[in-house]
Design a protein around this ligand. Structure first.
Ligand code: PMP
Length: 391
C-alpha cells in the first residue's frame, strides 16, 4: 500500500466564501462581529485555568439569563438537541413515566427521545397554535403520574409562547420534575426558573443570544439533581452524563476536574461574549425590546392583510412570528423569492405547521424596527411578484 488513491479535492483548493445574509428565519440569527471576533481568539487547552474562568463566567451569565441560583448550571457542547437529550437522558430511567405537552414539533421530538430510552411516554396534544390550561395539565399529571413533564416555552414551529406560571408548583404537588425548552424564547420573553419552579431548563446559543450554533446552556434544580444522582441505572449517553459534565463545569464541588471531552473553547468564547451583550442590555430591557418590536411587526402584517397564526395576543412568541400562509400562494415560492431578491431568510412551517405558516424570527440584535420594515417590504414585494392562483 504505497500510493494514495483519493486525490486532493479541487474544491478545497479554492478559498472559503460565505455570503452575508439577513438571518430572519427561526434560527440561526445573525452573529454580530463582536461575538464572531470573540470566537477568533487563540485556542488554548480546554483544561487550562483561563478556560475554567471563562466557563465560570458563562455559568454566571446563564444563571442570570435563566434567573436561577442553581449550582448545576453549565453549557452542553452541542446544539439545542444535545441539551434536550441531556435533560431527558439524565432525568429519566427506562420504564419510568414521562408526560409531554405536545403543541408543535418540540414536544414531538421530546416524546421520541424519551421513547428511545425506554420510558413510558404519554402525551397531551393541542392543535398547532394552541396551548394547554393548568386544568388540562393537572388532569394528565394525576392520570399518568410522570416523573417528568416537558413543555416548550417558545414553540418555534407554531409561534406559541406557552404560559408557565403555576405549572411548576403543580408538578411538585405530583412529585414530578418540570422540564422546559426555552431555546426560542430565553432572553426575548420572561422566564424565572426558580420562581416558576422549573427543574430543568435549556436553550441554544444561536437564537436571542446571537452566538454561533454549538453550545447549549442548561440548568438543573436541587430536586432534579437529587433524582439524577440517585439513579439505579447509568444514563444511556456517556457524552451527556451529568455527573461527568458537572465535574467538567466545576459544579460538583470536587477539588479537581477530570478530562471528559475536549470543550469547544472558541465556542465558549463566543457564548461568553453573547452573555456579556445580554448583561449589558439587561434582561428586562431585552424582553421589552422583543415585545415592542414584535407588536410593531404584527401590526404591520395585519395592515398588509396578512393573518397571524396565533390568535391570542398574549400567546404570541415575540421572537418567532408565525404568519398564516397567504391564501393562493405557494409558500416555498415566497421564501425562495425573498431569499433571491432580498438576500433575506424567512422560512415555512416545521412539523405540524408545514404548509400552514411562514415563520419570521427577529431575535437578539435582529429584533429592531428597521428589520421589521425590511421584512414587511420583502413580503409585500413577494406577494406582488409570486404566482397567485385564481381559486
Ligand atoms: N427547541 C426549540 C424550541 C427550537 O426552536 C430548536 C431549534 N430550532 C431546538 C429545540 C433545537 O435546537 P438545535 O437546532 O440547536 O439543535
Amino acid at each position: 500500500m504505497s500510493s494514495i488513491s483519493v486525490p486532493p479535492p479541487k474544491c478545497l483548493q479554492k478559498p472559503l466564501t460565505v455570503p452575508y445574509r439577513h438571518m430572519f428565519g427561526p434560527g440561526p440569527s445573525n452573529v454580530p462581529s463582536r461575538i464572531l471576533e470573540a470566537g477568533a481568539n487563540p485556542v488554548i487547552g480546554h483544561m487550562h485555568p483561563e478556560i475554567f474562568e471563562i466557563m465560570n463566567d458563562i455559568k454566571s451569565g446563564i444563571q442570570y439569563m435563566f434567573q436561577t441560583q442553581n449550582k448545576m448550571t453549565l453549557a452542553v457542547s452541542g446544539t439545542g438537541h444535545s441539551a434536550m437529550e441531556c435533560a431527558i437522558f439524565n432525568a429519566v430511567e427506562p420504564g419510568e413515566s414521562v408526560l409531554v405537552a405536545v403543541n408543535g414539533i418540540w414536544g414531538e421530538r421530546a416524546a421520541e427521545m424519551a421513547e428511545r430510552i425506554g420510558a413510558r411516554v404519554n402525551t397531551i396534544v393541542a392543535p398547532p397554535g394552541g396551548c394547554f390550561t393548568i386544568e388540562e395539565m393537572e388532569k394528565a399529571l394525576s392520570k399518568h403520574r410522570p416523573v417528568l413533564l416537558f413543555v416548550a416555552h417558545g414553540e418555534s414551529s407554531t409561534g406559541v409562547l406557552h404560559p408557565l406560571d403555576g405549572i411548576g408548583q403543580l408538578c411538585h404537588k405530583y412529585n414530578c420534575l418540570f422540564l422546559v425548552d426555552c431555546v426560542a424564547s430565553i432572553g426575548g420573553a420572561p422566564v424565572y426558573m426558580d420562581q416558576q419552579g422549573i427543574d430543568i431548563l435549556y436553550t441554544g446559543s444561536q437564537k436571542v443570544l446571537n452566538a454561533p450554533p454549538g453550545t447549549a446552556p442548561i440548568s438543573f434544580s436541587e430536586r432534579a439533581c437529587q433524582k439524577i444522582f440517585s439513579r439505579r441505572t447509568k444514563p444511556v449517553s456517556f457524552y451527556l452524563d451529568l455527573s461527568w459534565l458537572a465535574n467538567y463545569w466545576g459544579c460538583d464541588g470536587k477539588p479537581s476536574r477530570v478530562y471528559h471531552h475536549t470543550g469547544p473553547v472558541t465556542a465558549f468564547y463566543s457564548l461568553r461574549e453573547s452573555l456579556s451583550v445580554l448583561v449589558e442590555e439587561g434582561l428586562e430591557n431585552s424582553w421589552e425590546r422583543h415585545l415592542k418590536v414584535a407588536e410593531y411587526f404584527h401590526a404591520g402584517l395585519e395592515s398588509m392583510g396578512l393573518k397571524l397564526f396565533v390568535k391570542e395576543k398574549r400567546l404570541r412568541l415575540p421572537t418567532v412570528t408565525t404568519i398564516v400562509a397567504p391564501y393562493g400562494y405557494d409558500w416555498k415560492e415566497i421564501t425562495s423569492y425573498i431569499m433571491k431578491t432580498h438576500n433575506l431568510e424567512i422560512s415555512g412551517g416545521l412539523g405540524p405547521s408545514v404548509g400552514l405558516v411562514l415563520r419570521v424570527g427577529l431575535m437578539g440584535c435582529n429584533s429592531s424596527r428597521e428589520n421589521v420594515d425590511m421584512v414587511l417590504a420583502a413580503l409585500k414585494d413577494a406577494l406582488k411578484h409570486c404566482h397567485k392562483s385564481k381559486v
